[in-house]
Design a protein around this ligand. Structure first.
Ligand SMILES: Cc1ncc(COP(=O)(O)O)c(C=O)c1O
Length: 337
């Protein structure tokens, strides 16, 4: 059973879907396993795109339906998510207010000036630099920003961190699973292993629900990037259960359906380690594919380490999901010095 999300839920088109799938031939040769990439990093013309565009197609439709005039969201200073919210607000003619918290201490004087935050400001978003610490809990800084819009007479639409802990947050990646199944049938192959970065949770949660609906055994590995695998697991599980209810998944979601790998998160959220940096270099030099130090470099490090340790069965067909994030890279130039 495919979930048929595109037909059943209102969706505001914001990207070029389906996003491409292609083989990573040189990386595969280097690792001795067959790896393909699903390129959600190039799935939209909106400010370099990324995984939030897919989720925001459903939230934006809801915001317009409710007559909201301001998108209000929250993330780290170098959040990819808030940059994509800013782009969606711009293209829909809405206002945008973004709480940019300090979720990581990366020592660079331009951290709050270049990359994602520069792009958000260019697109006309108001960026409020306040608040500390990554957590999936509802942040008081975000609630204050929402109140402020109401006091000014606006109609805010509340988008949580990563567009994740929201009733519609899991739909984008449940739809992604339908899309992968269609591409598999036209390519004539099946990916038995899917690797994704995971943090605020709705990317992996949506995929988990969408793939489970397909009744074909496939392993979905979420590489934790929050350096708090238990918090990530709770977030993914909560959103997956809510999404399963919303879409009417015909089986119960079990704890064992959510696989989180804690080994590649580095020292903290937003901080790369040596394995992250070397994975970023490998993807760049072998494939011309740019990954970032916060998310995709960590899932790439996981893929490389698992392949080298022989953790994939012989003949496995692996799909590495690239979720974007490259716009942050200039803020991390010191990692490559
Ligand atoms: C580039 C990138 N990869 C992965 C993720 C993780 O996705 P999620 O927060 O839905 O778990 C994010 C956002 O947090 C991201 O911006």
């Amino acid at each position: 059973m495919a979930l048929d999300i595109a037909r059943r839920f209102a969706r505001q088109p914001l990207g070029f879907f389906p996003s491409p799938i292609h083989p990573l031939k040189r990386l595969s040769k280097e690792l001795g396993v067959e790896v393909w990439a699903k390129r959600d990093d190039v799935s939209s013309g909106l400010a370099f795109g990324g995984n939030k565009i897919r989720k925001l197609e459903f939230l934006a439709a809801d915001a317009l339906e409710q007559g909201c005039d301001t998108l209000v969201s929250i993330g780290n200073i170098q959040s990819n998510h808030t940059r994509q919210v800013a782009a969606v607000a711009a293209v829909l003619g809405l206002r945008c207010r973004l709480v940019q918290e300090t979720w990581t201490h990366w020592d660079d004087p331009v951290y709050d000036k270049v990359g994602n935050i520069l792009l958000s400001r260019l697109m006309g978003a108001e960026t409020l630099l306040e608040g500390e610490g990554y957590s999936t809990a509802v942040k008081e800084t975000w609630e204050r920003a929402l109140d402020q819009v109401r006091r000014e007479g606006g109609r805010p639409y509340a988008i949580p961190a990563g567009a994740s802990d929201h009733p519609l947050g899991g739909l984008g990646y449940a739809h992604f699973a339908d899309e992968v199944a269609e591409q598999e049938s036209s390519l004539g192959l099946f990916f038995d292993t899917v690797i994704t970065a995971t943090c605020t949770g709705s990317t992996q949660a949506g995929m988990a629900v969408g793939f489970l609906a397909q009744d074909r055994e496939r392993r979905l590995i979420g590489v934790d990037t929050a350096a708090n695998a238990e918090m990530t697991r709770r977030a993914v599980t909560k959103i997956a259960r809510a999404t399963a209810d919303l879409v009417g998944l015909n089986r119960e979601l079990r704890d064992s359906d959510i696989e989180i790998d804690a080994r590649f998160a580095g020292p903290d959220y937003g901080l790369p380690d040596e394995a992250t940096v070397s994975a970023i270099r490998a993807a760049a030099r072998l494939e011309g594919m740019i990954t970032d130090p916060v998310y995709e470099g960590k899932s790439m490090a996981g893929l490389i380490a698992m392949a080298r340790a022989g953790e994939f069965p012989r003949g496995a067909k692996i799909l590495y999901v690239h979720l974007g994030g490259a716009p942050a890279i200039n803020a991390y130039h010191k990692a490559f010095a």
